[in-house]
Design a protein around this ligand. Sequence first.
Ligand code: BDR
Ligand code: CA
Length: 312
Amino acid sequence: GLPIVIDCDPGHDDAVALLLAVGSEAVDLKAVTTTFGNCSVEDATRNAVQILTLAGTTDVPVARGAAGSLDGLSTLGNYVHGASGLDGPPMPEPGFEVTGGDAVELLRRVIESSDEKVTIAATGPITNVAQLLLTRPAVKDGIREVIFMGGSTERGNHTPTAEFNTYADPEALDVVLGSGLPVRMVGLNLTHQALANPEVVERMAAMDHVVGRTCAAWMGFFGASYNRVWEFSAPPVHDPCTIAAIIQPDLIEWREAFVAVELDGRWTRGTTVVDLHRRYPEQEPNAQVAMTLDAERYWDLVIEAVDHVGRR
Ligand code: BDR
Ligand code: CA
């Protein structure tokens, strides 16, 4: 499969993204790096190891990354994901050790030692990726693309206009968007089409293994948060959309556009500005923007991967 790395802050939906990656033959997960975001980076790192342990995948290196944004702030999403960052069902004890060295070092090593260009999927604040590009610009040659969950063509969730991941480190996203690398953006406008409705949760719960039942229970906790905080009747399962987009790009309709992130706005810091109609004609498109999701095929893909992981 395509070599990929996942930079994440697990997180219930990050957890499903990890399962989708390990459960799909189309991608070859080379490393997992962690960041602050849904919880502290310490909690995110432990969660990542426990998720991979649950999946029976103990040979993918995990390295800890940024504790805060490029400018040193740590915006946390425990109000959605609970005290641990992955509250809900019990998890297995960590089955392997975190890799020595930090996230940036692991990313560099994996990219430089790969024969094929590596895809970076970022499903949390994008600090580690920015730090990689800033400190090791030569690695760009080894990166196929950066696909990130964050921002929106519409409104936000953490503030009225800003999505959580882009709010948590706008300067980092600015680095990525200006890097010249191929970038794909999977924002809330797309992920709000990826709702784990009761039928989806039932398909997970009905699986005859702990991986499926754990997913169903994650959706229960995550869904209750989404209901309490945003009055959603089913939770949008954002992060696996990035992995699905790598496995099956035609699950999503894309639009090429200029994307920027607001760094200065008094009320709008961290908001993505997506020029879908070329209102800034002097700005060349710098990203492919996810617009429409085939939700039925998305859930088939996710469910199949989760079931595959649970049965092996
Ligand atoms: C993003 O923030 C987190 O809550 C999720 O894991 C996702 O990456 C959605 O705004
Ligand atoms: Ca996330």
